[in-house]
Design a binder for this molecule. Structure first.
Ligand code: PBG
Length: 334
């Protein structure tokens, strides 16, 4: 019997012994440059509104929005993503307000870009904040969400946003062919610099609940769901097909959504396509962590940073997260 059997042949713990070694061999890191900050925008000059299901997140009037933008710049967060809270009186079955060049989104884009030219601004392309039924597209008589008719409207919505000077349009609707249609329209208008971040693998998820509270679409949606266009959570190969189509149609960046329960999808997408890949840590994921932390069941800052690092490990180039400001502050304090 050799003495070798008396000790382990391999001791991986050597590289965990002290902080300097752990830092030396660390494979992944989160930086503020990885973060995109989603914000809910109110059409009012002053004030904010709490969102009970998203503790710490508020709907922001213009002054508060500018303060948030200033924070992003100071903390090195590259992009802010805008989600409008539309007055119920402006919501219609066809979501026409989405096409208003003087609407809340284009106005906010113009104001942000003139005050903070170095801060990236991203806008959602989808009709749900604007429709009286809360769906992302137009309905036929049976309530089915029409594809090509919706794509035609989304294309106009994206053009209105791009003409207002937005840096990134982010179609979050999951209609077929919308990336190609939007890219073609942008090119034909000479808007060759507008980037498209496609919500390519967006699942019909129950984790969006608090977001729908935040933009006020939950009541409009009622008991309806989005399963005839958003993906089945049981599917994984289908995500690759969706991502492949969006890249072929002209997306610059792709996204997987939700985030934490779908890290396997992030990894498969990154391995297969090698394109800038993002993940959205959605409202329900944020709410879960906040609720557990508020009860003292989890260490808030520790789980926040661990969850964000996990996206990097899974292959994401960046994360849309409501924790963006808090996480960037933590990173700055290190
Ligand atoms: C709308 C949209 C949704 C989210 C982003 N854009 C909700 C939905 O599809 O119902 C969800 C984001 C979140 O939950 O944080 N097209």
């Amino acid at each position: 019997m050799s003495f070798l059997q008396h000790f382990p042949h391999h001791r991986p713990r050597r590289l965990r012994k002290d902080e300097f070694t752990r830092r030396l061999v660390r494979e992944h890191a989160l930086t503020s440059a990885d973060l995109i900050y989603p914000v809910f925008v109110l059409d009012q000059a002053e004030g904010t509104q709490d969102i009970p299901s998203m503790p710490g997140v508020k709907r922001l009037g213009r002054s508060a929005l500018f303060e948030a933008a200033e924070q992003c710049v100071a903390l090195g967060i590259p992009v802010m993503a805008l989600f409008p809270v539309i007055d119920p009186s402006l919501k219609t079955p066809d979501g026409q307000e989405a096409l208003n060049p003087e609407g809340l989104v284009p106005r906010t884009v113009r104001e942000l870009k003139s005050r903070f030219p170095g801060l990236g601004v991203m806008t959602d392309v989808a009709l749900d904040p604007f429709t009286s039924h809360g769906q992302d597209g137009l309905l036929d008589d049976t309530g089915y969400i029409l594809n090509d008719e919706t794509v035609a409207v989304l294309t106009r919505q994206a053009l209105v946003q791009a003409e207002a000077g937005v840096d990134i349009v982010a179609p979050s609707d999951m209609m077929d062919g919308r990336i190609g249609a939007i890219r073609q329209a942008l090119e034909s208008q000479g808007l060759i610099h507008t980037r498209i971040m496609a919500y390519s693998a967006k699942y019909a998820s129950a984790f969006y609940g608090p977001f729908r509270d935040a933009v006020g679409s939950k009541g409009n949606l009622g008991k309806a769901d989005k399963k005839v266009y958003q993906m089945d959570p049981a599917n994984s190969d289908e995500a690759l097909r969706e991502v492949g189509l969006d890249i072929a149609e002209g997306a610059d960046m792709v996204m997987v959504k939700p985030g934490m329960p779908y890290l396997d999808i992030v990894r498969r997408v990154k391995d297969e396509f090698h394109v800038p890949t993002f993940a959205y840590q959605v409202s329900g994921e944020y709410a879960m962590l906040k609720a557990a932390a508020a009860n003292g069941w989890l260490d808030h800052d520790a789980v926040m940073m661990e969850s964000l690092l996990a996206f990097k490990r899974a292959g994401a180039d960046g994360v849309l997260t409501y924790f963006a400001l808090e996480a960037a502050r933590q990173l700055q304090a290190r």
